[in-house]
Ligand binder design. Structure first.
Ligand SMILES: [Zn+2]
Ligand SMILES: [Zn+2]
Length: 240
């Protein structure tokens, strides 16, 4: 166990910590629970009881996330008062919310905060539709593709567990964009870049093409080019 001083949170972390606690009980757990219940009730209407033994298509991922989230709440509540550890999640969450000072000054606060960050990030990812996820780059340690929610600040590799800031991963990716080509129409390259959280419009790209600002090579298909992604982002940097 670390000395208590190593577990002190700075003002910034204390505020983020508190926001995450509120988010967990106020937004994420209710949302995850409704996903799970919805799936369960779809299951019961589709499979009449007694007819075959098709398992209920309960979203096991949502179930795991709920279990982890509730375990975290129970642990914290139990640290406020041992009896609180047995509370149902909502009561545990209320106990935490009404003991702000105790929670923020807990000798284990830094570790609790780190654990909560991981939990909230995983929940957020599960609650974000696939098409809203952005490719921020790849893991600096193992090369695994790094996808996250657009608002994430840190990223953890699901493969090798490497952790770091999203900005650093993105910067690394952007350095390599000059080595990347994309073949397609302006609208397609714009959509592809949007997946990386780089935003430009197809009309912007068409304009740069007309003005000779992009050195994209036309292919034999009408309206299609081989684009250099570094060149497009460099144009964006000097126009935004
Ligand atoms: Zn801090
Ligand atoms: Zn990795």
């Amino acid at each position: 166990m670390k000395p208590a001083s190593a577990n002190m949170l700075c003002q910034n972390c204390r505020e983020t910590y508190w926001t995450l606690i509120r988010q967990l009980g106020h937004v994420q757990l209710p949302a995850l629970r409704s996903i799970m219940l919805r799936q369960a009730s779809i299951g019961t209407t589709e499979h009449a009881p007694g007819r075959g033994n098709a398992p209920l298509p309960i979203n096991t991922r949502a179930q795991d996330l709920i279990a982890d989230s509730e375990a975290w709440l129970a642990e914290q509540a139990g640290k406020i008062r041992a009896a609180y550890a047995g509370y149902a999640w909502r009561k545990a969450w209320y106990a935490i919310i009404s003991n702000r000072h105790t929670i923020l000054n807990m000798s284990t606060a830094a570790d609790d905060y780190a654990n909560l960050q991981r939990i909230v990030r995983r929940n957020e990812q599960a609650l974000t539709p696939e098409e809203a996820m952005v490719i921020i780059g790849s893991c600096p340690k193992c090369g695994h593709q790094a996808t996250s929610t657009p608002q994430a600040e840190t990223w953890a590799c699901p493969d090798c567990k490497w952790q770091g800031g999203v900005q650093a991963v993105k910067a690394e990716r952007d350095n390599k964009l000059w080595q990347l080509e994309y073949t397609g129409k302006p609208i397609e390259v714009a959509r592809y870049l949007a997946k990386m959280d780089i935003h430009c419009t197809s009309s912007q790209i068409r304009q740069w093409l007309t003005r000779g600002k992009l050195h994209a090579t036309p292919t034999k298909h009408k309206g299609e080019y081989v684009f250099n992604l570094g060149e497009i982002t460099a144009m964006l940097d000097c126009h935004n």
